[in-house]
Design a binder for this molecule. Structure first.
Ligand SMILES: [Zn+2]
Ligand SMILES: [Zn+2]
Length: 180
């Protein structure tokens, strides 16, 4: 499976971006994600095309280019994609997400971050032995405030960064912020 565009088969799904229902027969964008409930399988999160263009421009663009059917307001969607690409800074830190695997360890407590749980990604220096580079470091939300203190990172700016960069639902983001 992959990302896809299709006509909504029913009017029951809601858009993950704006939370409003997607009408039956309307084109929708299916964002593929690894489902923790589906035994390693994957599933789709649905978005209105216009919402996906703004929120997930990099995911929508190639899918839209491949889609063979007619797209109403295609020009508008393309404009939204360009605008959305400018607005999002891919890989900007810090951000919060759900751990896609159970392999990462928390920088602070060094325990593994369980697959599917909420985590915070920050930029850190990685010493490979041969050279120092920048990479992502991960934290349990509950460990983050102590790590910030240790690194003397100013919390207010950090929280603003999290809010701007995270692609979580607002309830999930609230959960991360509550644990900080
Ligand atoms: Zn929407
Ligand atoms: Zn931890």
């Amino acid at each position: 499976m992959a990302h896809l565009i299709e006509e909504a088969k029913s009017g029951r799904a809601s858009c993950r971006t704006c939370r409003k229902p997607i009408a039956k027969g309307e084109l929708r964008f299916g964002e593929e994600f690894d489902s923790q409930f589906n035994d390693g399988g994957s599933s789709h999160r649905w978005h209105h095309l216009a919402c996906a263009a703004s929120a997930l421009p990099d995911a929508l663009k190639p899918t839209l280019d491949e889609y063979g059917g007619e797209v109403a307001e295609r020009a508008t969607i393309d404009q939204l994609i360009s605008a959305g690409k400018k607005a999002t800074k891919p890989g900007a830190f810090p951000y919060a997400d759900r751990a896609p695997t159970g392999r990462a360890r928390c920088m602070f407590c060094e325990a593994a971050i369980e697959k599917g749980t909420l985590r915070i990604a920050v930029e850190r220096q990685v010493d490979t032995g041969a050279f120092v580079t920048k990479g992502a470091g991960y934290l349990h939300p509950a460990c983050a405030s102590e790590q910030l203190e240790r690194d003397q990172v100013e919390a207010e700016g950090f929280i603003l960064g999290l809010k701007a960069n995270s692609r979580l639902e607002s309830a999930e983001l609230d959960q991360v912020l509550a644990e900080l």
